[in-house]
Design a protein. Structure first.
Length: 48
């Protein structure tokens, strides 16, 4: 069973660089980053 968690990172207009820096500061490794067609302003991350 995979343990999944979802949360909102940053605010409207937050840069990808700032969000990734927050994840790295929390000792999380970004394994994958993707968007969903039709919603390019929403980014999803797979973390370890």
């Amino acid at each position: 069973m995979v343990d999944q968690h979802y949360w909102q990172a940053g605010r409207k207009g937050s840069s990808r660089r700032a969000i990734r820096a927050m994840m790295l500061a929390a000792d999380l490794k970004v394994e994958r980053e993707y968007t969903i067609p039709g919603f390019p302003y929403r980014r999803f991350y797979v973390l370890r």
